[in-house]
Design a protein around this ligand. Structure first.
Ligand code: UD1
Length: 343
């Protein structure tokens, strides 16, 4: 294989799983991360799984000079997978300028360097948050996007627009935006996984921390949604399944199989689960009883969303394969390993 794949945010949650899948598919990977929300030890754990420690540079990509300097020293990069971004929804409401600067400027710096150093291909980590609460379910790639609920969500939407416009203006560029539904779970080795800073905002890390005794109880936000049990519905996708889709997207670009300069794919399972189904699924998969309480809705939450995955299935030949209980068990095995909890 000639040429390297640059993974920005490669020590983060989805990034680290993608590095492993790329390496296992035979790619040579370079990771760039500013380590603002992840640790350098992730690289050793990647090496334990794949046998290879990826090359690494600690850079904040919003720093244009450092980013240019990085690319001026690496002439063998053929494609970029861009995960690096600030991602806490609530925090983005408090410090929006930081979110816009960090997420948008870093992407524009990457695009500048792609043009300057002749790197054609970029895969971008977008989110189903760009759909808001859709009028029709499940959502296809042509479901209209809605105004974002948060500055974080807006950065995903605006970056998609920046990529589309840049690729239109500079046809030597090609890109794929992958709209993730709700990524959960961890690598089956339990060596890499999700490590939220402080109190987790996302459901599954809160569940595993509650099961580990770090949190007293899980709050289930909302019981009066128009769903079978009143709790909200999401499409929870295993992070390893998700990571594999990035390898396919890279191959599509490298082998010129893309149909348009800029393409968008939904990455979900195609199935919605309620919060209470996740709670019960976790208990069943792990045998651990969860202490939970039903409380009011969380402001800003949507009622229900799940993906129509037909386009990804047919065009990418990709499908989520790992079941929900196995995925929830993997999240628990990861939590147990990092907390030193035995069986
Ligand atoms: C959120 C973001 C999304 C982001 C994703 C991953 C919004 C609108 N969306 O998705 O853009 O990409 O996180 O970081 O903020 N829940 C509980 N109790 C908890 C935590 C969550 O009941 O302690 C419920 C939520 O109300 C929701 C479901 O679990 O119904 C999933 O929540 P979460 O994991 O935070 O993801 P989203 O809000 O779907």
């Amino acid at each position: 294989m000639t040429g390297k794949i640059l993974v920005t945010g490669g020590t983060g949650y989805i990034g680290s799983h993608t590095v492993v899948e790329l390496q296992e598919a035979g790619y040579d990977v370079i990771v760039v991360d500013d380590l603002s929300n992840s640790g350098i030890d992730v690289l050793d754990n990647i090496a334990k799984i794949s046998g290879t420690k990826p090359a690494f540079s600690k850079i904040n990509l919003a720093d244009g000079v450092k980013t240019d300097n990085f690319f001026s020293r690496h002439h063998d990069i053929v494609a970029i997978i861009h995960f690096a971004a600030s991602k806490a929804v609530g925090e983005s409401v408090q410090i929006p300028l930081h979110y816009y600067r960090n997420n948008l400027v870093s992407t524009m710096n990457l695009l500048d360097c792609q043009l300057k150093y002749g790197i054609a291909n970029i895969v971008f980590s977008s989110s189903c948050t760009v759909y808001g609460q859709p009028d029709k379910l499940p959502v296809t790639e042509s479901t209209p996007r809605k105004d974002a609920e948060s500055p974080y969500g807006n950065t995903k939407r605006v970056i998609e627009d920046i990529l589309r416009d840049a690729i239109h203006a500079y046809p030597q560029l090609r890109g794929i935006a992958l709209r993730y539904f709700n990524p959960i779970g961890a690598h089956p080795s339990a060596l890499i996984g999700e490590l939220p800073l402080g109190v987790p905002q996302n459901l599954v890390p809160f569940i595993t921390q509650t099961a580990a005794g770090i949190r007293n109880e899980l709050k289930v936000f909302g019981s009066d949604y128009d769903t079978p049990d009143g709790s909200a519905i999401r499409d929870y996708i295993n992070v390893v399944d998700l990571a594999k889709a990035h390898v396919i997207a890279i191959e599509r670009l490298l082998h010129n199989r893309n149909k348009e300069g800029f393409e968008v794919f939904n990455l979900g399972t195609g199935n919605g689960s309620t919060v209470l189904e996740i709670v019960r699924g976790f208990e069943k998969a792990t045998g651990v009883k969860l202490n939970y309480k039903i409380v009011d809705r969380r402001p800003g939450d949507i009622e229900k969303i799940w993906a129509d995955t037909t386009y990804a299935n047919e065009e990418l030949g990709w499908k989520a394969r790992i079941g929900l209980e196995e995925t929830l068990l993997s999240a628990w095995n990861w939590e147990k390993r990092i907390r030193g909890i035995g069986d």
